[in-house]
Design a protein around this ligand. Structure first.
Ligand code: CP
Length: 304
């Protein structure tokens, strides 16, 4: 199936996902120069470490080139009042693909309407982060060996967490999954996601006690309380409420995994070198998987 723009995770069928996983595994071993002559633009209106740099590295490893504006809000002509449509219309005549992160939900879709080349949504405000969801399911598949019949707890800022939203949509494509949402009161999962899960017959619950749930789940998906998206009162009430640390780590099954889209702050309070001694700690492998799944995605979109 052809994919032009990547705007939301619902676009991906299980068949495309497994093709991407296979290609990512191949590209992990050998990337050659399959995108030689192609140019990728990263256009980021919000900060990023992993998404921008892994897309850029992916392109370079496959022999392509990149042009980049890492702080487009200030250092592009947006500051002079240029519309996103005009910017995209122009940039799309310079490159073969645009990776766009923007602070407003719906911007990637808006960009796709005027772009001459594929737009990849690298996060649009509180909307979606579909390539994060791709690397998340790729990680679950590599670590646990299946994407169905999983019990997953998702914690943190579920109200404005775009990684959570995109992952829920992808997990809904597989049978027998059960999702448990745990969040501070002011940051609960939105009704739109609950309605979607109901329509797709995905079992879900909202709980309050993380330690009670930890022994039951296959995947612990932690997320950050997003200081930049909520008022300071909500932030102060919510930060540090749900944490994985050395006290509750022992509640987690030996074959379960702890994931996090990163960056993390106090919700994960474990030493950085724990990854070497405890295979349940999967979030750095998860971030690395982002490179290979993004290579596979660029290959899928740009191959002639
Ligand atoms: N997970 C993620 O999107 O990280 P960055 O904000 O660093 O890109």
């Amino acid at each position: 199936m052809e994919i032009k723009h990547v705007i939301k995770s619902q676009q991906f069928t299980p068949e495309i996902l497994f093709d991407l996983f296979k290609r990512a595994d191949e590209l992990r071993k050998n990337s050659d120069e399959i995108l030689k002559g192609k140019v990728l633009a990263t256009l980021f209106y919000e900060p990023s470490t992993r998404t921008r740099l892994s897309f850029e590295s992916a392109m370079l490893k496959m022999g392509g080139n990149i042009i980049s504006t890492e702080n487009a809000k200030e250092f592009s002509s947006a500051i002079k009042g240029e519309s996103i449509e005009d910017s995209i219309r122009v940039i799309s005549s310079y490159v073969d693909v645009i990776v766009l992160r923007h602070y407003e939900e719906g911007t990637a879709e808006k960009a796709s309407k005027v772009s001459k080349v594929p737009i990849i949504n690298a996060g649009d405000g509180k909307g979606q982060h579909p390539t994060q969801a791709l690397l998340d399911v790729y990680t679950i598949y590599r670590e646990i060996g299946r994407l169905d019949n999983l019990k997953i707890v998702m914690t943190g800022d579920l109200a404005s967490g775009r990684t959570i939203r995109s992952l829920c949509y992808l997990l809904s494509k597989f049978k027998g999954n059960e999702i448990i949402f745990i969040s501070p009161d002011s940051l609960k999962i939105g009704q739109d996601i609950k309605d979607y899960l109901l329509r797709k017959k995905v079992e879900f619950n909202e709980e309050t006690d993380l330690n009670k749930i930890l022994p039951e789940v296959d995947v612990i998906y932690m997320t950050r309380i997003q200081k930049e998206r909520i008022c300071s009162e909500d932030y102060e009430k919510s930060k540090g409420k749900y944490v994985i640390n050395s006290d509750n780590l022992n509640l987690i099954k030996s074959n379960s995994i702890i994931m996090h889209p990163l960056p993390h702050v106090e919700e994960i309070n474990l030493p950085i070198d724990i990854e070497e001694n405890d295979k349940r700690v999967a979030y750095f492998r998860q971030a690395e998987n982002g490179l290979y799944i993004r290579m596979a995605l660029l290959d899928l979109i740009l191959k002639d």
